[in-house]
Ligand binder design. Structure first.
Ligand SMILES: [Zn+2]
Ligand SMILES: [Zn+2]
Length: 438
């Protein structure tokens, strides 16, 4: 363990409460804490990594002030550090670099039962990246886990770290990581693929034979920090806002459905206007659908569907004869309701398509004769094509063709996790986010 001496000049601030050091010679960034430092002064810091010649060339310092503001100084040559003769504490480097992180956990089975746990994160290992989570969004999967329905009870075990939709800053990269670098803003692909199997080689990474799901792998992002595999990360283009970057993963499902349905010039019926249904509507509009009809039980969601770009929004209680008219080219189900899918099936024109995004709670009853005589194609949508869907989504967003302004979001701090989950479950807003940028 060595210590570094950093010479701060008189133009540096008075009271500093924390410092980030970025080194030019190594892809690493380490957090140090101090209190009540007054300039001008010499500041001695523990250093767990430095260059072999004893001199560590620092390129930037980021300070947290008392009020929570952060400032970055690009260091001039006089600010470079050198090893100093301060007494060394006997701390193992690994322990010195453990990072304290609060995280929202599902503590035990049953409805609710969430809590905040504080964990110590080890530095990223080979192929891993340390992230400062900025925002995270509650997904339908998180809600299933929150309510602990049969599906969640079958598929998950507690204690469980929650959250898989996020936007974060890269703080440190482990050995061998070249796809992202420190300071970049990233979002996450939640289908973790092996890149070796037959499906991956056939450009179907989203259905990798060795697929691991982010939500089941213990990473979690309703946290201050997280260490995740580098191949789960997508660098967010500059023109995409942080709130939009947080929902790229679910938005990608809507974009994929609209792409798969080849919506341009076609009439589209979207059943279910939760977040995925709303994202499907904005994507279908951006990709040139001729008409979009939205169906949902909730009046509030139907209003959101119209704002998102649907031409018509219907409650399923409309006269059955209207609902039975076979006049749409494409049905995209985002409701996961078997009843809704079976009714919507009646509305598909011969030669049309049914795309299933939501997971129904029971088997469907669709007469094969209808599929055969009308030559209807039924396709499942399982996540995003990696990388095609991401590239198309980024193109639509950066060109301004796809906008999420019309989809309401509301933000909660991490500590209000119960209120956030209840709000998401109420269906009274488009998407619920945690703001973790503190
Ligand atoms: Zn999700
Ligand atoms: Zn694979």
């Amino acid at each position: 363990m060595t210590r570094l001496e950093v010479n701060l000049s008189a133009d540096m601030p008075g009271h500093l409460f924390g410092c980030w050091i970025r080194r030019t010679h190594a892809a690493s960034q380490t957090k140090f804490s101090t209190q009540g430092v007054t300039s001008p002064h010499k500041w001695c810091l523990p250093a767990t990594r430095h260059s072999g010649n004893g001199f560590c060339r620092l390129s930037a310092l980021r300070f947290s002030h008392r009020g929570g503001r952060k400032t970055v100084w690009i260091l001039r040559p006089g600010h470079y550090s050198k090893p100093c003769g301060f007494p060394q504490k006997s701390v193992r480097p690994q322990e010195a670099r453990m990072l304290k992180s609060r995280t929202v956990m599902k503590v035990s089975p049953g409805a609710g039962n969430l809590g905040i746990d504080t964990r110590m994160l080890a530095p990223p290992r080979e192929g891993e990246v340390l992230l400062k989570i900025k925002r995270a969004a509650i997904c339908g999967t998180d809600l299933h886990i929150y309510h602990w329905n049969d599906w969640a009870a079958r598929n998950y075990e507690t204690p469980l770290v929650l959250g898989h939709e996020f936007c974060a800053e890269v703080l440190e990269t482990g050995p061998g990581v070249t796809s992202v670098s420190i300071g970049q803003i990233v979002s996450g692909e939640t289908h973790l693929f092996c890149d070796r199997c037959e499906q991956c080689r056939a450009n179907r990474r989203h259905t990798c034979l060795n697929l691991r799901l982010f939500s089941k792998s213990g990473f979690g992002c309703f946290s201050d920090y997280s260490v995740v595999p580098a191949n789960a990360l997508r660098v967010v283009p500059d023109r995409i806002s942080m709130d939009t970057a947080t929902v790229l993963e679910p938005l990608g499902v809507g974009v994929r459905a609209a792409m798969e349905g080849d919506v341009s010039g076609r009439s589209v019926l979207v059943t279910g206007c939760g977040p995925i249904g709303l994202y499907t509507i904005v994507a279908a509009r951006a990709l040139g659908a001729a008409s979009i009809t939205a169906v949902d039980l909730s009046k509030r969601r139907l209003e959101m569907a119209i704002r998102a770009g649907a031409d018509e929004a219907l409650a399923p209680q409309v006269p059955p004869e209207f609902m039975m008219t076979a006049d749409v080219d494409l049905v995209i189900d985002a409701s996961g309701s078997a009843d809704a899918i079976e009714s919507a099936m009646e509305m598909i024109k011969p030669g049309g398509k049914l795309l299933l995004v939501g997971l129904p709670g029971r088997n469907l009853s669709i007469p094969p004769v209808r599929l055969i005589n009308r030559e209807i194609t039924v396709t499942g949508i399982y996540g995003r094509l990696i990388d095609e869907t991401w590239l198309e989504m980024e193109r639509l967003l950066t060109s301004g063709r796809l906008r999420l302004d019309a989809i309401e979001t509301c933000e909660f701090p991490m500590t209000e996790f119960d209120a956030a989950f209840e709000r998401a479950a109420s269906g009274t807003t488009g998407k619920v986010l945690f703001n973790l940028d503190s």
